[in-house]
Design a protein around this ligand. Structure first.
Ligand code: URA
Length: 184
């Protein structure tokens, strides 16, 4: 199923991001994951490698996944937009609109038990709710019958380390639902 979605995307030209991207970043990890993380969009490193969350924010996300008792390969990681917005600007509404059906198709194919929405773009896009992430985070929501936990984006946590405690509380709520013990 994920392979079909990737094939359908092809050499995507559905929005302007195709003119500046180096690689389309589809997603990576376990296609049968019980836990999926959704970020905003590829940054420079992800664009170069074609893999999500491999830069500084990715290192922190990998640590967060480890602290939850998973390996990166156990979970699935993807983004709202699959091509890098130039200079890491925010994705434009038409870019989100062009890409969002593919994210929804990925989640429908994987059918995880829990989706963690990293930051405002992922949370607001999936929930179609413009409430600020500061108010969304930490509160369980339902996305297409799947439990969804909004939390802070790791790039924000790198800039605001004092907020890590709240993000960890959110991830602990996820672990409780999934029956996971903290990793090392
Ligand atoms: N930030 C994101 O939202 N996604 C990535 O893949 C990398 C950084």
């Amino acid at each position: 199923m994920l392979d079909e979605i990737r094939r359908e995307l092809g050499d995507c030209q559905r929005c302007n991001l195709c003119s500046t991207r180096k690689n389309l970043v589809f997603g990576s990890g376990n296609p049968r994951a019980e836990l999926v993380f959704v970020g905003e969009g590829p940054g420079e490193n992800e664009d170069l490698q074609g893999v999500p969350f491999v830069g500084a924010a990715g290192d922190l996300l990998t640590k967060m996944i480890g602290a939850m008792g998973y390996r990166r390969d156990d979970v699935y990681i993807c983004n709202v937009v699959k091509c890098r917005p130039p200079g890491n600007r925010n994705p434009e509404p038409e870019e989100v609109a062009a890409c969002e059906p593919f994210l929804r198709a990925q989640l429908a194919a994987i059918q995880p038990k829990v989706v963690v929405a990293l930051g405002k773009f992922a949370a607001q896009t999936l929930l179609r709710d413009s409430t600020p992430i500061t108010r969304l985070r930490g509160n369980w929501r339902t996305y297409e019958g799947i439990q969804l936990m909004p939390t802070f984006h790791p790039a924000y946590l790198l800039r605001s380390p004092a907020e890590k405690r709240k993000a960890w509380e959110d991830l602990q709520a996820v672990m409780k639902v999934l029956g996971k013990q903290p990793g090392s």
